[in-house]
Structure formats: C-alpha cells, structure tokens
Design a protein around this ligand. Structure first.
Ligand SMILES: NC(=O)c1ccc[n+]([C@@H]2O[C@H](COP(=O)([O-])OP(=O)(O)OC[C@H]3O[C@@H](n4cnc5c(N)ncnc54)[C@H](O)[C@@H]3O)[C@@H](O)[C@H]2O)c1
Length: 257
C-alpha cells in the first residue's frame, strides 16, 4: 500500500457511496486530505459512508447530486468547493452500466436511444459537467483530475457496447483535457478490469474466468483506489494517461507450448 502526504489537500470523489469511489475517498482521507463524497441524492449509503468515515476520524463531508444532470452537477461541485475551501483533486468516478445483466452487442433493441442517453449522461457528460464546474478552482490549486474509465473502453466486452463506447470516449476526453489544462492541471484516468463491488450489472464469475486473469483474482476497490491516489499525488509529470488496473486481464491468458 502506498502513502502520500495529503495534509492541506482537498478532494471531491463522485459516486463515493460504495465500491471504488468509497475506497478512494477513504484512502485520500486516511492520507490527510479533506474529502467531499458525492453520490445520488437520496442514496442512503452516502450518509452511512460519511458516518463510518467520520467515526474513523476522517475529515469528510457529503456532496449529494446527480453528476449526469448539468444543473445538479454544477450545484454539487460549487457546494463541495465551498465546504472544502478549495479543490486539489477531482475524481470523476460515478458511472452506470444501466443494466442488471450484460447486453450482447448484437442486441440493438435493448440499446435504444433512451439507454444511450442515460449512459452518455452519467458516464461521459457527468465527468464533463464536474470538470467544467471545477476547472477554475483546480487551476488555482495546480490540481489533478482522475477519471474512472474501464478496460471496456479499450478492449470492449463490458456490460454493453454502449457502455464500452462511453468509456472509450472518456479515455479520449482524458487526453483532450490533459492537453487543454496542462501545465496547471494534470488529467489522467484509470481503467479497471473485473471489480468486486456492488455494481448494478452482475457478471458470471466462473473459476475459469478468474484463472484466465494473470493475477488469478478479481480486483477489490482498494486496488483501484491506490492507483487513483498515485495519480493524484505522483511526481507531476504524468498527464493524459490511462492507467490499466486489471490484474493483467488485457495482457491475455497464459498459454503453454
Ligand atoms: N464494477 C465493475 O465491474 C467496473 C469495471 C470497470 C469500471 N468500473 C467503473 O468504476 C466506477 C465505480 O463503479 P463501482 O464498481 O465502484 O460500482 P458501485 O456501483 O459500487 O459505485 C458506483 C456509484 O456511483 C453512483 N452513481 C451512479 N450514477 C450517479 C450519478 N449520476 N451521480 C452520482 N453518483 C452516481 C452509484 O450510486 C454508486 O454508489 C464506475 O465509473 C464504473 O463504470 C466498474
């Protein structure tokens, strides 16, 4: 586990009521940062997460809001910056598969325009809304943005081809924003592979599937949080990069002979 000195640093983590977002908020706070946790308004897991982290002595505040809705995202980011007294790190982590089970790529009926709009608004426009609302403050702080993409955005094979396309676009946006906001703000992404979280879409986890991953297991939220911590606190010369964190999944299965 890596550590960093984040005393006097501030962070906003979206989609932080569970999974990768919650682990990231906890890891940043455990390293000294004051952290605003965002999740959907009315999600009671957000209040529970705040209580749990505060009971551990961490400096955290709630910033509910729907990142996929422009007005809600703007209000939420402004509230978070106000509560935190600034912003050093924006973690655009909120995302949705929009389905409880994987949708085959050739099923064009289920992936209708409403489905596309929903996934685009949360997975792509969400990071865009939050970045636009936070960028002036991040520039002042010489801060950093980390977007949570997916290996689906690189090799496909996610919960749907719509989902994969939104994550591929987020990887592209990461490079665009790195060019646009350097040298003041670094912009990177992580691409998780198989994640143990409360993700809405359930994949079948066969032993053979896990055995095909070089690290022989799925990733836990802390694996991804650590990569985000690194991209926030690292030397300052990494930008426009998507860090694949997948236990070797995209390296392909081992073969013999
Ligand atoms: N779970 C996986 O298999 C997997 C794989 C690769 C990438 N990812 C990405 O990792 C990120 C985190 O997912 P997770 O696995 O921790 O799942 P999770 O379901 O535990 O966490 C996602 C959180 O985002 C919140 N959220 C959804 N829409 C939101 C919105 N519009 N505004 C604010 N919050 C919103 C949810 O309420 C939830 O708490 C997502 O961006 C996801 O696309 C997940």
């Amino acid at each position: 586990m890596i550590n960093a000195d984040l005393k006097n640093k501030t962070a906003l983590v979206t989609g932080a009521a569970s999974g990768i977002g919650l682990a990231t908020a906890e890891m940043l706070a455990a390293n000294g940062a004051k952290v605003a946790l965002n999740d959907l308004p009315g999600n009671e897991k957000l209040g529970k997460a705040i209580n749990t982290l505060q009971a551990k002595g961490f400096n955290v505040v709630a910033a509910p809001g729907d990142t996929g809705n422009e007005r809600s995202a703007n209000t939420m980011v402004a509230h978070a910056i106000d509560e935190l007294g600034g912003l050093d790190y924006l973690i655009n982590n909120a995302g949705t598969p929009g389905t409880k089970s994987p949708i085959p790529a050739n099923d064009l009926e289920t992936q209708d325009s409403d489905f596309w709009q929903r996934l685009l608004s949360v997975n792509l426009l969400g990071p865009w809304h939050c970045t636009r609302a936070a960028i002036a403050t991040l520039k002042k702080h010489k801060g950093a943005i980390v977007n949570t993409a997916s290996t689906a955005g690189i090799i496909g094979n996610g919960s749907s081809s719509t989902y994969s396309a939104t994550k591929a676009a987020l990887i592209s946006l990461t490079r665009e924003h790195a060019r646009a906001f350097g040298p003041d703000v670094r912009v990177n992404a992580i691409a998780p592979g198989v994640v143990d979280s409360e993700w809405e879409c359930r994949f079948e986890r066969t032993e053979a599937m896990l055995a095909s991953i070089p690290m022989k297991r799925s990733g836990v939220p802390q694996d991804y949080a650590e990569a985000i911590l690194f991209l926030c606190a690292s030397t300052g010369y990494i930008t426009g990069h998507t860090l694949v964190v997948d236990g070797g999944l995209t390296a392909g299965p081992s073969v013999t002979g």
